[in-house]
Design a protein around this ligand. Structure first.
Ligand SMILES: NC(=O)C1=CN([C@@H]2O[C@H](COP(=O)(O)OP(=O)(O)OC[C@H]3O[C@@H](n4cnc5c(N)ncnc54)[C@H](OP(=O)(O)O)[C@@H]3O)[C@@H](O)[C@H]2O)C=CC1
Ligand SMILES: CC(C)(CO)C(=O)C(=O)O
Length: 313
């Protein structure tokens, strides 16, 4: 399959690498020049479950696509939330009538951006429990396991997602169809709405946070706010199940030692965060629906405060 990875940071590198190794024709697209140059020079390098590897994969800067003649069967979006619209603009000549567009960004409401460029029948909205980090430009650090849930937003449903699911599974990415992706997205947003902001503010990995005496009380208060907003949007959450999923993040044997992507953005790379698309989205929706969201509001404010203190860009 011809696959474009639109946003080839940590997660895009993981997906690009695994799909390339499974025999697909993968093209990476990104906007970070140093990262692009190093991948062109040395291939995409990674510490992949402890093994040092390098794979030659084609990569382009998102500003050099106009003359490129490549129509994708599948686009996988892995930008940061605030970069999504600009990326959709950059790749629009490569998205044809038959191109499926899979969105796996963290956060809530990305379909509102994508549907301005792609018909609903070609949009696969999803989320993932895979993780990834960058050791620096051109080099990813990939360990652990994950899953993908996705749903087609058009009326065709599952049948229009089967081929993509098959390709993802051939690459061992563990994809499955969801009949209620909005609930899955809210469920994953609860994981990000707790782990990402809290580990960033507390300067901790997920295991160390989870082992504190205050973890349960804070997490339960935040999840209660997400659940109220989700219920208003008919994306009912099973709260005990969500809390159990969050606790799986504390496991040191699996992903507990991972610093969430928000930590990597702000604390390691001094970059602005996606907080406005996670806890901030709950605050905005809460305001609209008349639901109080003090914990999400406070965490959003703390993260913005930290961005300002660190002069993040
Ligand atoms: N990392 C993870 O474990 C997980 C992440 N996600 C989600 O996946 C999406 C993509 O995340 P992720 O892959 O972590 O994002 P990255 O930060 O690794 O990459 C996203 C983009 O940010 C830019 N960028 C990243 N680092 C730098 C840097 N040091 N200097 C300059 N530019 C940089 C690049 O684009 P540009 O130069 O154009 O800005 C890159 O394409 C997000 O929505 C995230 O929440 C979901 C599950 C797990
Ligand atoms: C690992 C996990 C699940 C933590 O919230 C994640 O999605 C991230 O790092 O953004």
């Amino acid at each position: 399959m011809k696959i474009i990875i639109a946003g080839a940071g940590a997660m895009g590198s993981r997906f690009g690498l695994m799909l390339h190794q499974a025999g697909n024709e993968v093209v990476l697209i990104d906007g970070w020049q140093e990262h692009i140059d190093l991948i062109k020079e040395h291939g995409l390098r990674a510490n992949f479950n402890g093994e040092e590897i390098a794979e030659k994969i084609v990569i382009y800067h998102q500003n050099e696509l106009e003359t490129l003649n490549f129509s994708a069967d599948l686009v996988i979006l892995f930008t940061k939330a605030m970069q999504l619209d600009a990326m959709m603009q950059s790749i629009k000549s490569m998205v044809g009538d038959q191109t499926k567009v899979l969105c796996l960004l963290n956060g809530i409401g990305h379909e509102d951006v994508i549907k301005q460029y792609v018909p609903l029948s070609n949009i696969l909205l999803g989320n993932t429990m895979w993780t990834a980090g960058l050791e620096g430009p051109g080099k990813a650090k990939l360990f652990g396991n994950g899953t993908i849930d996705l749903q087609n937003l058009g009326t065709e449903g599952k049948s229009s997602a089967n081929e993509v699911i098959e390709v993802l599974n051939e690459a061992k990415l563990n994809a499955r169809y969801s009949d209620n992706i909005l609930s899955s997205i809210y469920k994953k947003a609860c994981v990000n709405g707790t782990m990402n902001g809290l580990c960033t503010i507390l300067d901790s990995n997920m295991a160390s946070f989870g082992e504190t005496s205050v973890a349960d009380a804070i997490v339960e208060s935040i999840v209660a706010e997400f659940a109220q907003v989700a219920a208003y949007e008919k994306a009912e959450l099973n709260v005990p199940e969500v809390l159990a999923q969050i606790k799986t993040c504390y496991n040191r044997e699996t992903i507990g030692l991972h610093h969430p992507s928000m930590y990597q953005d702000l604390i390691i790379n001094n970059r602005l965060t996606e907080i406005d698309y996670i806890n901030g989205a709950i605050v905005r929706k809460g305001r609209e629906y008349g639901i109080e969201t003090p914990y999400c509001q406070f965490l959003t404010q703390l993260v913005h405060g930290k961005e300002e203190i660190l002069g993040a860009k």
